[in-house]
Design a protein around this ligand. Sequence first.
Ligand SMILES: [Zn+2]
Length: 155
Amino acid sequence: MTIIIYGKTVCSICGKVIRPDQKAIGLPHLISNELDNLFIYNDGAYHHLCFEKVPENEILFSYLRDYEELTERLNAAISTGLINNPEEILSTGVLSSDPKNPLWAYNLKFYSKNTVQEKELLTLKKLLSEEKLKGTIRGRAIDWITERIDRFISV
Ligand SMILES: [Zn+2]
């Protein structure tokens, strides 16, 4: 999550300091795909008013809500002992904001090793490698997801 230090952190849109009396928003590392149009908003800090003027703000807000819901579910799974090792979690983030991309269906999902759905993960892995070849996805997060799928399935 982006840390906002009021009076110090600069808004990524207007370039001005976010003052303590201003409403602000910080985006986490939501977008996994470096080639997605929304990747530039990852880890950004913004004045609320500036962010509302961004054309993609509605979709970003909805991703943020889904992300927060997911984080809550994840924390619940950890606190109830359902998951006790961060290595057992696979979180996809936003793979594509284009509804026509087959990876769109896998946005903001999380899988745990205990309840692994092998078939679904194999499909995801296939799509990731296909889209990579097509040049629509790229990035460390994408590689991380692929590696984790391999690890979940091979054991
Ligand atoms: Zn601003």
